[in-house]
Design a protein around this ligand. Structure first.
Ligand code: NDP
Length: 631
């Protein structure tokens, strides 16, 4: 790197590259995902429901339904809504929690909110006429919205709450599914929709002495308000005389730390890797603007957002936020300024979500004749520089907002932006200016040991009344383990057995050998930052299939061998190899804790979510249930 270039950049790329490598190397561990404990046995109390007022008591149920939906989050509720729309009313939604909400039922920690714009995150806003209060919603409003959806589609009467599915088994003779629950129900269903969610199984670091700690503990997804006081808006008044430690500094901790800082007598934040924290800039909804939207606005807005993230961009950025900023800048660079800005394509190249963007971006670039020839290597180098520039700004933000220079330095992320989930928050970094807050930077090592009274790190014991685990959720473990139940299909073959060497589905929804079943989210389907968008598309698709079957008086549907194998080939051919990027990333759940996926079949649909949605739409238009064996 020559000095002129280095001076104009304000940093030395070689030094940064080296720094990134060192920071990554500190964190790579041979045990990968095995560094975490499964929350079962002695640790089951970490997944108990703290939000129910009282446990319901009901007789066990012996009944056969047209459809059973497992999971009452957005996936389950949208499926119920779409079934109702199709005139299918004989269904039950089985939900472990005490109400609808899924992720939002569990994750109601103080400060919990969503940084995907509410106008696109809340599904069916035009149907419900609901107006979100702010651009970015919070946990309380999201749970309110579940009630709106549930009332609109009369879903409560179809719900079995506080009911956990233990097993799902195909009964060949009857061509029905048998669903075993923790309430001794004997439920059968012709069709089962598995809407289990993505980040649903809390995990704990396997630390020495984890059973020895005598103080209070809980995971952020089961917040103990009886202990802390307050609610998801904060006001944790019971912590006024308490010393608290929080383990983890991911997107969840970033949102709850400011509230813990305000409430606790003393707060220790134990950090292994700092998050990248950009501005959030929330704002109140302009009601006149909202009411002036024309019919079809939400679909247009969702697709516009998704377009920026996956390559089908237009000049108009409707959502105009931190997510689209990344891609808008790239597009702006491509269209207005020519080759020099092509480097901004960097984030796209690095994002696990946005594989398609590279292809489309390059096509746009060529179409606009900004450069005659560019090699992939040139782009990679330039995009890396832009990534450095962006992360330098994020790091400068820590310097600007955190008073103590040592703490500010510890809070700076040294990795490429999309190695980990980008965070957006306007109070997190400032919380470290509070006298009662101490960042314990474990320099990539993490917390390894607990004592009876607290956390031991670097030879020092931090005595605390309470330890809060903000240590995230299982990703990359066996699908059935994450669901909490096994699915046994034709001839008793389990899903775990079928998928042990790689996913095998048709459209990411059906799997041969598991007739009359529909899955949202094991993989081979769409990947979107706006999860509710894909859940809405998938649930409408499944409801369409079920309606067609009913209309044709059919009772059986299964992916054909050929369709499944073609889909696997599609997934493989569209998967862009992210191996080298992911290997260079600091470990986290985006790269399977430093052991990136090497099986190209275990990917999401590489053509991007919009292309996937169109593919499903075209398939439905064809009206032949092509690729599915039916009778
Ligand atoms: P994450 O998996 O993102 O974070 C877990 C944290 O725990 C990481 O900081 C991790 O460090 C740390 N950790 C793990 N083991 C140890 C240890 N032994 N010692 C110290 N620290 C440790 O989980 P989150 O719950 O924060 O977020 C999960 C996802 O949920 C997000 O990525 C996002 O998709 C979603 N979410 C979205 C929000 C939003 O819309 N704003 C808000 C909250 C969550 P390391 O990084 O080193 O592994």
């Amino acid at each position: 790197m020559d000095s002129v270039k280095q001076d104009s950049l304000g940093f030395n790329p070689d030094e940064l590259r080296q720094k990134y490598r060192l920071e990554r190397d500190k964190r790579v561990r041979v045990d990968g995902n095995d560094q975490y404990l499964e929350v079962k046995g002695d640790f089951s109390y970490f997944v108990e429901d703290p939000y129910i007022d009282e446990e319901i008591s009901r007789d066990s149920l012996e009944k056969t339904f047209h459809t059973v939906i497992i999971g009452g989050g957005f996936g389950g509720v949208l499926s119920g809504a779409r079934l109702r729309e199709q005139g299918i009313d004989d269904f039950r939604i089985i939900e472990k929690g005490g109400d609808f909400g899924g992720t939002w039922y569990w994750n109601r920690y103080p400060g919990a909110s969503c940084d995907i714009e509410s106008y696109i995150y809340f599904p069916l806003l035009e149907e419900t006429s609901f107006i979100p209060k702010r651009k970015y919603t919070d946990a309380a409003e999201t749970l309110d919205y579940f009630k709106v959806l549930s009332d609109k589609f009369s879903l409560k009467e179809n719900a079995l709450f506080q009911t956990e599915v233990n097993e799902v088994k195909w009964i060949s003779d009857e061509k029905l599914w048998f669903i075993k629950t923790n309430r001794q129900d004997s439920i059968k269903a012709r069709y089962v929709i598995h809407a289990n969610g993505f980040l649903n199984r809390p995990k704990l670091p396997a630390m020495k002495g984890i059973n020895d700690y005598q103080g209070h503990t809980f995971h952020t997804s089961r917040w103990d308000y009886a202990y802390t006081g307050g609610n998801s808006n904060g006001n944790l008044n019971n912590l006024r005389d308490k010393k608290v430690a929080i383990i983890g500094t991911g997107a969840t901790a970033v949102q709850c730390v400011p509230h813990l800082a305000a409430g606790a007598k003393k707060l220790y934040v134990f950090q292994r890797t700092p998050s990248s924290i950009d501005e959030r800039n929330n704002s109140n909804t302009d009601i006149d603007w909202f009411n002036a939207q024309k019919s079809g606005w939400q679909k247009e807005r969702k697709e516009n957002f998704e377009g920026f993230l996956t390559g089908n961009f237009t000049d108009k950025d409707l959502v105009n936020d931190g997510w689209t900023e990344i891609f808008r800048t790239i597009l702006g660079g491509l269209i207005k300024n020519g080759p020099s800005k092509l480097v901004l394509l960097s984030w796209v190249l690095t994002a696990p979500f946005y594989k398609n963007f590279y292809k489309v971006g390059l096509r746009t670039y060529i179409r606009n004749k900004f450069m005659n020839f560019v090699t992939r290597e040139d782009i990679n180098k330039k995009v890396e520089i832009v990534d450095f520039q962006k992360m330098e700004k994020v790091r400068a933000r820590a310097d600007a907002l955190v008073k103590d220079p040592k703490t500010a330095e510890s809070l700076k992320p040294y990795y490429r932006q999309l190695c980990k989930r980008p965070c957006f928050h306007d109070e997190y970094l400032q919380a470290f200016n509070n006298d009662n807050v101490e960042l314990i930077d474990t320099d990539g090592q993490g917390v390894k040991e607990l004592s009876a009274e607290g956390i031991i790190h670097d030879g020092k014991e931090y005595k605390v009344d309470c330890i809060i685990f903000a240590s995230g959720f299982e990703v990359g473990t066996d699908y059935s383990r994450r669901c909490g139940y096994q699915v046994s299909g034709i001839d008793g073959i389990t899903l775990s057995e079928k998928w042990k060497d790689g996913l095998a589905t048709f459209h990411g929804i059906h799997s041969k050998g598991f007739p009359n079943s529909f899955f949202y989210g094991p993989g081979q389907g769409p990947m979107t930052a706006n999860f509710t968008h894909s859940l809405d598309e998938q649930s409408a698709h499944v409801a369409y299939i079920l309606k067609q079957l009913d209309k044709k008086n059919m009772k059986y549907v299964e992916a054909s061998e050929e369709a499944e194998s073609d889909w696997i080939n599609t997934i493989i051919s569209k998967a862009r190899n992210m191996q080298s990027f992911q290997e260079a990333c600091t470990p986290g759940y985006y790269n399977n804790e430093g052991k990136p996926n090497t099986n190209p079949a275990n990917n999401t649909y590489g053509g991007g979510a919009l292309e996937y949605f169109k593919l499903l739409k075209d398939w439905r238009k064809n009206d032949k249930l092509q690729g599915l064996k039916t009778n």
